[in-house]
Design a protein around this ligand. Structure first.
Ligand SMILES: [Zn+2]
Length: 83
């Protein structure tokens, strides 16, 4: 089953789980989550670029910490994270 990542649209409204993003395994047929199952905050699905799929590298985290967090809108409510 595919692994999806979600993140709060507004991290200040999210709980600890969705503020930092979380991964969840969902069957393909299952509708994408729109709200955090824990706190109900609005979330969006992060589509991981294949090149980044197998490594959460230091670079990845450094870029994120530096605030370099560019989101490309893929479709309604779905964003691709560009680093
Ligand atoms: Zn939450």
């Amino acid at each position: 089953m595919p692994l999806y990542s979600y993140e709060a649209k507004d991290p200040s409204k999210g709980c600890e789980k969705c503020r930092n993003g979380f991964d969840t395994v969902q069957p393909l047929a299952e509708a994408r989550l729109e709200r955090c199952p824990d706190c109900g905050a609005e979330i969006f699905r992060v589509v991981k670029a294949p090149a980044l799929r197998h490594s959460k590298t230091d670079l990845h985290y450094r870029a994120k910490r530096a605030g370099f967090n560019c989101l490309k809108k893929v479709s309604k409510g779905e964003y691709e994270k560009m680093y």
